[in-house]
Design a protein around this ligand. Structure first.
Ligand code: DPP
Ligand code: ZN
Length: 876
């Protein structure tokens, strides 16, 4: 497979202004008729001599005509990937008819079947599996779509826009015609046909237009849509208030689909969702799942402007819509829930997973310059790092200018397909700021590292801060230029415990300010600093970088109590724990007795006794860094030492603070009816963190509480936590009966069974690999369903580090076997699930050899472009 390059971009020679589609849905032979209104592109001088080139894969062409005249075979050419018509007029109608087989489509791209219903996924390049078309986002057309189906089997026929006409047809068939007046690229096309039920509500927009809201589900899920509907309405109101964006059709539909590669898809007027990203019920979904649904519903809704009305010129600009939209959904969730906790959760995830991606063989810039398979670029870098860069822009220019820039962007480019420069230009114009150097964030891969040093000059009452930046080499990018990095900071007085007023270069900049690091090395002198401070750096994670500062444990304990920035208070606790963990990892490796750092114990005791009104933040502060994050900090990952050290810290804290954890548990237990509201969620997380400490030492009272919490079955958050703790304990007599009860109760609900799979395959016990193999034969499991694959294989390989990295290589072999099978069934998922194997550089030689051997074994197969691209990079 050949790469596509950004620098090769040209507008298409021909564009489509209007698209008429007719789908005759039938098992075995679905027919798609397309009438395209085509014209030459005004920006291409060579358009007159250019053939018409359309994309198409796995299509069987049945008819082709131009302006009503069928073409002779020598007038066009069909290959595996294209339809080329050699000579075409300036403006014409192209009619084609193709036959496709949705029921045989296991890749879940294009038109396919899920639980007997027809549905589509066209982003990024799925539309070419539906009909011949210029399948690229810079071709925007209005669509008119007629769906013909069996009136019994497919009573519901949905597509983008508004329904225009419907009627009966002979032979028990019926049809509906949909019209979407907004020009769109074909990746936003969607259809759904099946036996579905709907929940309906409405929203009145700020200008008084009534929008009908529908969520379509299978009948048994009708009770599970309330939260998604409420979230949708909140998101619609938020986007009006925050960005001045109003919805633009009379109808907005969401459909829940069981087999879906992504979380959800923002098709115009017809969002299609993975059922896991829309369905919730207190009995079946955890607090985290409720919050995830809220965030994804909002994300897809926000795309209506940031993505649909203004879209991407080409797929290299993917972060234009995804980075901006993730930033928008993060702010929405922060406004709706606990803002500090949202930030902590996002950053904790980002620093673990995105940093690892940016340091690995598939590292790429937010705007890549080439790709083989674009679905491999729906990554944490494009999405999450893209969002961090938009957040930096917001912080650099300030909210007001950012909002003006955003208004300018939506007004200027409405109905167009544009680039990342177009977006940043609007921000530069609105703020008057030079963002030239800032643009490097989009082209340079890798996580910048900042080394910070500070010194207090008692004689002069000055604080000297030196910041040095360096971005490590990444594949294809050996040399990096310095970035423009906003570092938000404060100086916390060691006597007063307060943020000190800072003066820089003679100018008072306040108690909390941003300094701009643009050079490789910069020196900042803060004057009139009356007492020795501890610096609080990178507040709120003001830039997606690694910042090192030689904090002592006393400094960190001090910041943990005194930092005015909630995020950095949490981070000080994480840094303190990491220092202790470092010692213990070394002790474990050297076979020396492990000794717990009393400063960590005292810091935790302080947390447990402090008066706090933010229980959600407290729960985060009591949570130790994950094994994955600890691993990120190590030069060479020793999974066993990390696991042993973290377990030791957890148990030591549990033993020293047992009574406090018990008290916190009881103080936060409640029988109130479940609601996914911030206060309740906070109490539940605090209670469950406490329980996890008690269970880490298999405390008798803790066990009893866990068992009671499991049996009470009050809500899934509590049940899942209890079941996880019982299952992950060393006592089979606790795990097995609970797992059995759970699966008997929930065998009918695939999304709950996914949780049952994940809980089991993340057990630390060494027999877990056999359990994974065993569960792959469970009737509720199927390799064809992406949610099942993620719940079982993904959770094992991604979260069960000690067992996946077993020294006999059995974990690697298991994953490679799955990748080989999925490569044939669903290449997109295969190329994602392989990730843990690609990170071999981080491990010892023996494991490296084992992991590479499995990658080689995969490479020897006949590979999809998706898996090929990832494996080649991993072995490069
Ligand atoms: N549906 C995916 C998302 O919203 C891809 N656009 O991020
Ligand atoms: Zn998105």
């Amino acid at each position: 497979p050949q790469p596509t390059y950004l620098h090769d971009y040209q507008p298409p020679a021909h564009r489509v202004t209007h698209t008429e589609l007719t789908f005759d849905l039938a098992p075995g032979a679905t027919r798609v008729k397309a009438r395209l209104h085509v014209e030459r592109h005004p920006e291409r001088d060579d358009a007159a001599e250019s053939p018409l080139t359309l994309d198409g894969e796995q299509l069987s062409l049945k008819a082709i005509a131009i302006d009503g005249q069928p073409l002779d075979p020598d007038e066009y050419r069909v290959s595996d990937t294209q339809l080329i018509v050699h000579r075409v007029p300036e403006r014409f109608l192209l009619d084609t008819e193709v036959e496709i087989a949705p029921e045989a489509n296991t890749a879940l791209e294009g038109l396919y079947q899920s639980n007997g219903m027809y549905c589509t996924q066209c982003e990024a390049e799925g539309f070419r599996r539906i009909t011949y078309y210029p399948d690229r986002p810079d071709v925007m057309a209005t669509f008119s779509t007629t769906l013909i189906g069996d009136a019994q089997r497919e009573p519901v026929l949905l597509s983008n826009g508004n329904p225009l006409e419907r009627g009966e047809l002979p032979g028990g068939r019926h049809f509906v015609t949909w019209e979407d007046p907004h020009p769109k690229p074909c990746y936003l096309f969607a259809l759904v046909a099946g036996d579905l039920e709907k929940v309906e509500d409405s929203f009145t927009t700020v200008s008084g237009r009534e929008v009908v809201l529908q969520i379509w589900v299978e009948e048994e899920n009708l009770d599970n849509t309330d939260h998604a509907m409420a979230s949708l309405k909140r998101a619609m109101a938020w986007d009006e208030q925050t960005y001045g964006r109003e919805y633009d059709l009379d109808l907005f539909m969401i459909v829940a689909v069981n087999d879906f590669n992504m979380g959800a898809m923002e098709n115009k007027g017809l969002n299609i969702f993975n059922s896991a990203a829309v369905l919730t019920h207190p009995q079946t979904a955890t607090d985290a799942a409720f919050q995830r649904v809220e965030g994804i519903v909002a994300h897809e809704y926000f795309h209506n402007w940031s993505g649909n009305r203004v879209t991407c010129r080409d797929w290299f600009q993917l972060s234009l819509k995804e980075g901006f939209t993730v930033f928008r959904d993060q702010c929405f969730s922060a406004d709706t829930n606990s803002a500090p906790v949202k930030r902590i959760e996002d950053v904790a995830f980002f620093r673990t997973a995105q940093f690892a991606e940016d340091a690995g063989p598939t590292a790429h810039p937010i705007r890549p310059d080439h790709y083989i398979e674009i679905t491999n670029f729906y990554t944490l870098t494009i999405y999450e790092k893209g969002a961090e860069v938009v957040r930096m822009l917001r912080n650099l220019v300030g909210w007001e200018a950012f909002r003006q820039g955003s208004d300018r962007y939506f007004e200027r480019f409405d109905g167009q397909a544009v680039t990342i420069e177009d977006f940043v230009d609007c921000m530069a114009e609105a703020s008057g700021l030079d963002l030239g150097q800032f643009m490097r964030w989009y082209s340079q891969a890798g996580t910048p590292e900042i080394d910070a040093h500070g010194e207090y000059d008692y004689a002069k009452s000055e604080y000297h801060l030196t910041l040095r930046q360096r971005t490590p080499a990444t594949p294809g990018q050996p040399d990096k230029l310095p970035l423009h990095i906003p570092v938000r900071l404060g100086l916390v007085g060691t006597k007063s415990g307060e943020d000190l007023r800072m003066t820089l270069d003679g100018e008072v900049i306040g108690k909390d300010a941003v300094v701009h690091l643009r050079e490789d090395e910069q020196h900042f002198v803060f004057t009139d600093i009356a007492e020795a401070p501890v610096p609080s750096l990178l507040r709120g994670f003001s830039a997606p970088v690694k910042l090192r500062f030689p904090y002592s444990r006393e400094d960190l304990a001090f910041l943990l109590t005194h930092d005015s920035d909630g995020f950095n208070r949490w981070d000080a606790g994480q840094r303190l724990a990491l220092l202790a963990l470092d010692d213990l990892i070394a002790a474990h490796r050297n076979g020396v007795e492990k000794v717990m750092d009393v400063r960590v114990v005292e810091a935790f005791r302080g947390l447990l006794h402090a008066e706090t009104d933010d229980k959600a933040v407290l729960a985060e502060m009591l949570t130790l860094p994950s094994e994955a994050y600890i691993a990120e900090q190590q030069p060479l990952v020793d999974v066993d030492a990390i696991h042993a050290a973290r377990t030791f810290v957890k148990q030591s804290l549990a033993m020293a603070l047992r009574d406090d954890f018990l008290r916190v548990y009881h103080d936060n237990a409640s029988d109130a009816p479940y609601a996914p509201e911030p206060e309740q969620i906070a109490a539940r997380s605090l209670k469950n963190v406490a329980l996890s400490y008690l269970m880490s030492i298999e405390d008798e009272e803790g066990i009893e509480l866990a068992q009671r919490q499991f049996s009470a079955g009050h809500n899934m958050t509590d049940v899942r936590c209890a079941l996880t703790l019982l299952t992950h304990s060393s006592r089979g007599d606790l795990a097995d009966p609970a797992l059995r009860l759970f699966s008997e109760k929930w065998a009918h609900d695939p999304l709950v069974m996914d949780q049952w799979f994940s809980i089991q395959v993340t057990r630390p016990q060494s027999d877990v690999l056999e359990r994974v193999t065993f569960l792959m034969d469970h009737p509720a499991f199927s390799l064809k369903n992406p949610n099942r694959v993620r719940a079982l294989i993904g959770a094992f390989a991604g979260q069960n580090r000690v067992n996946f990295h077993r020294i006999d290589g059995a974990g690697y072999r298991l994953l490679a076997d799955v990748v080989i099978e999925l490569n044939r069934l669903n290449p997109e998922i295969a190329a994602r699930i392989i990730t843990p194997l690609t990170r071999w550089q981080r491990f010892d030689e023996q494991r490296q050899a084992l992991m590479k051997a499995e990658l080689e074994r995969i490479r020897a197969e006949e590979l999809s472009p998706n898996v090929f691209e990832v494996v080649e990079k991993a072995l490069a």
